[in-house]
Ligand binder design. Structure first.
Ligand SMILES: Cc1cc2nc3c(=O)[nH]c(=O)nc-3n(C[C@H](O)[C@H](O)[C@H](O)COP(=O)(O)OP(=O)(O)OC[C@H]3O[C@@H](n4cnc5c(N)ncnc54)[C@H](O)[C@@H]3O)c2cc1C
Length: 381
């Protein structure tokens, strides 16, 4: 008797499977948040077309299921970093895309369905000098962002009530909040299915090729192959396994979750170190992630192992800065893989006839996902 399914010999596809695989009009590769939202937008635009989503992994695996669940647009420190990396106008445009993306995600699915908590977000600083260097830029950012968010998004607040070992002033952004990632994914996937999108998990695409009849042939690792008139890659960090020339790099993100603490003097989401460190409350537990800037080279990987130096850095930040004097243990730990580029702009484009890319979602892909899906939908006719 075989011990599991993998030890069974592969079976030949049936007549019915082959006929089924001829039916897809639009195939989306990648069933994370971006792929699923894209499938919704395309099915709404082309209700008569067969829209399929293929994902290599079993259900519940992608970065969309492994993130920190921040509903954020970019702290002032991150905006400064982004403006340095690209330009001030690009940093402002990216903020607008994230802000409007989150607004439409919340409008489409409703706050209860996303587990949205309007907690506000804090930017924390280790030293007074670091705090002042960001605070002195706030008037200008607030002026430029008012037309996007309807208010001046950044307020200076005393950090005393937080009980952390940080600079005396912090920056509060009242419109930020937190979601529960599994609730968001469930809502999005259910909507896609209810519209008639077909989702197939456990189907890794290993090769893509244009055909003479102006469609695309996809080979799957299972040995099956299928044709699509139009093909959209929403494969984010894994894109270069299929299309080597795409300009992105994988970037691993580590996350730790503490045990419950007797009490926490704060709640909400927290950014530090230009966004490279992020924390949020989960009841009286704390989720802390990031630290990639400690070892960029090592974290440029598709592998999801622990990085001990980064784990220690996160642990130290918890003990020394966020909750000094509190007793806790680390109860959960995982990592996920993002996709980064020199610019934080996502890639949303047609790269060949019938072939589209929606990848490189950076560290705030939840916020961008909705706007990116709309962008793909505008490209297809
Ligand atoms: C640790 C961590 C914390 C984060 N925290 C936040 C946060 O708090 N807020 C926020 O806005 N963003 C956050 N992000 C970023 C956000 O999660 C991502 O930007 C977003 O989920 C990307 O969605 P996606 O659909 O593009 O990619 P993914 O969710 O990675 O989905 C891509 C899918 O493509 C599939 N795939 C790849 N190659 C193939 C192939 N050849 N064949 C078939 N399928 C394939 C993969 O299996 C995967 O399911 C975080 C990310 C990480 C890793």
């Amino acid at each position: 008797m075989p011990k599991n399914f993998q030890s069974l010999p592969p079976s030949e596809p049936s007549f019915w499977v082959k006929r089924h695989l001829e039916r897809a009009d639009i195939v989306i590769v990648g069933g994370g948040l971006v792929g699923l939202l894209t499938s919704i937008r395309l099915k709404e635009k082309f209700p008569k077309r067969e829209v399929w989503v293929l994902d290599q992994s079993p259900f519940l695996w992608s970065a969309s299921w492994r993130n920190a669940g921040f509903a954020c647009y970019g702290s002032a420190g991150e905006l400064i970093d982004e403006a340095r990396r690209s330009s001030r106008s690009q940093a402002l445009e990216l903020y607008r895309r994230r802000f409007e993306g989150l607004v439409s995600l919340r409008e489409e699915f409703g706050d209860a369905a996303l587990g949205f908590e309007a907690s506000g977000g804090w930017e924390l600083f280790q030293t007074e000098a670091e705090a002042q260097s960001v605070i002195q830029t706030l008037d200008e950012w607030n002026q430029d962002l008012k037309s996007v968010s309807g208010i001046s998004p950044f307020q200076i607040r005393s950090s005393q009530s937080l009980g952390m070992r940080i600079a005396s002033q912090a920056i509060f952004a009242s419109q930020e909040g937190a979601i529960q990632s599994h609730l968001l994914l469930r809502s999005v996937r259910n909507k896609a299915l209810s519209l008639g999108v077909e989702c197939y998990e456990g189907q890794a695409v290993s090769h893509l090729e244009p055909t003479e009849s102006q469609s695309w042939m996809l080979e799957l690792e299972s040995g099956l192959s299928l044709k699509a008139r139009e093909l959209v890659l929403c494969t984010n960090a894994y894109t270069r396994l299929l299309q080597e020339e795409v300009d992105l790099k994988p970037a691993r993100g580590q996350i730790l979750v503490t045990s419950a603490m007797p009490e926490l003097p704060f709640r909400g989401i927290f950014h530090a170190d230009q966004g490279y460190l992020y924390a949020r409350t989960l009841g009286t537990r704390l989720l802390l992630g990031g630290g990639r800037n400690l070892d960029f080279a090592e974290e440029e990987t598709l592998h999801s192992e622990e990085n001990t130096a980064i784990r220690n850095h996160l642990l130290n930040y918890l003990k020394e800065v966020l909750v000094p004097g509190q007793e806790f243990s680390i109860q959960e730990q995982w990592s996920g893989i993002m996709a980064m580029g020199e610019s934080r702009e996502p890639i949303v484009k047609q790269s060949a006839p019938g072939f589209y890319l929606a990848v490189r979602m950076g560290g705030m892909g939840v916020a961008l996902s909705s706007e990116v899906a709309q962008g793909v939908s505008r490209l297809l006719s």
